[in-house]
Design a protein. Structure first.
Length: 294
């Protein structure tokens, strides 16, 4: 049985995506895209990383499940189901599914989509139903106790001999730790200096500022590390960790500058990731977890 806090987490996540995450802020651009680096300098790198997912799916089949589909927000996502008769979008957010339906149309009106409000930890589909499964940036929204169950569900509905691809960030990427720490330190120092200046101007002392901090605008997220995945999920099914994208959005925004060879740097990084996909998958920010079912 689910505890009330587990149910509350899911309700909060759903509310966040219905009311905020999947509200359009521009044509085909959702509020959620503020978690992505949309600058032209990073476009090619990000585009090629998205396409990595398709490599591990069989190119043609009957049904592809997109678990936590959102509105299928990036054009590259459409590539994954190109050779499939239908793409089944499952999500707890009805707003996401309505947007996804606008994008690919439903089967009854000649489109390629089927849309189901569903929880990835309790999928309402029969065993072996899908020729391919993708789940991108979704499992991390579950209460931590349900992550394993979600992987088991993905595995259960996947047809034998086929593969599923799951993308989620690591809790603490070894590579990003070294790059992001100095940024955090710099930002904290800047903030402190600004606060001190403001307090001096207002004639207050630093210690008097103990009011409540504003609440962040995001929603619930919980993540694991590679050890957890290998031990807890790897003992139940065959999993292999590849790189999806080894750098975070924060890294891109801070270190990739169009005027300082940013595009070239990302090309070199992409080449390295291609050469050492397991290393960058395990130590970078975003792994691509490929699940095979014999
Ligand atoms: C960060 S978005 C990712 C959407 C899409 N996969 C992408 O990569 O753009 C997470 C999505 O997962 C959905 N979601 C969150 N918890 C879920 C759950 N327990 N079951 C199914 N979908 C869920 C949210 O509603 C949201 O659409």
């Amino acid at each position: 049985m689910k505890t009330s806090s587990e149910l509350e987490i899911k309700q909060d996540v759903r509310k966040f995506y219905d009311d905020i995450g999947w509200q359009e802020i521009g044509e085909g651009v959702y509020q959620n895209a503020r978690y992505e680096d949309l600058r032209p300098v990073s476009w090619e790198y990000i585009h090629k990383c998205h396409l990595r997912v398709g490599r591990h799916l069989i190119p043609e089949g009957r049904l592809l499940l997109d678990a936590g589909s959102g509105p299928i927000q990036y054009p590259e996502y459409l590539e994954y189901s190109q050779g499939y008769q239908a793409r089944v979008c499952a999500d707890i957010s009805i707003v996401a599914l309505k947007e996804a339906r606008q994008r690919i149309g439903d089967r009854s009106s000649g489109g390629s989509g089927l849309f189901v409000v569903a929880d990835i930890a309790n999928l309402p589909f029969r065993r072996d139903a899908f020729d391919g499964v993708v789940s991108l940036h979704t499992i991390h929204h579950l209460p931590i106790e349900e992550h394993k169950q979600a992987y088991q569900e993905v595995y259960r509905v996947l047809a034998p001999t086929n593969s599923a691809v799951v993308v989620n960030g690591w809790q603490d990427s070894v590579l990003m730790r070294y790059f992001v720490r100095p940024i955090k330190w710099r930002n904290r120092t800047r903030k402190r200096i600004r606060k001190s200046i403001k307090n001096l101007r207002d004639g207050r002392s630093n210690s008097s500022d103990t009011g409540p901090k504003p609440k962040g605008k995001g929603t619930f997220v919980s993540k694991h590390d590679a050890e957890w995945l290998k031990k807890e999920v790897g003992s139940l099914m065959q999993v292999e960790i590849f790189v999806w994208r080894s750098v975070s959005v924060r890294f891109l925004r801070e270190y990739i500058n169009p005027d300082l060879g940013g595009k070239w740097l990302l090309q070199k990084l992409y080449d390295l990731e291609e050469r050492y996909p397991h290393f960058f998958g395990e130590y970078g920010q975003y792994p691509m977890i490929v699940i095979k079912k014999d």
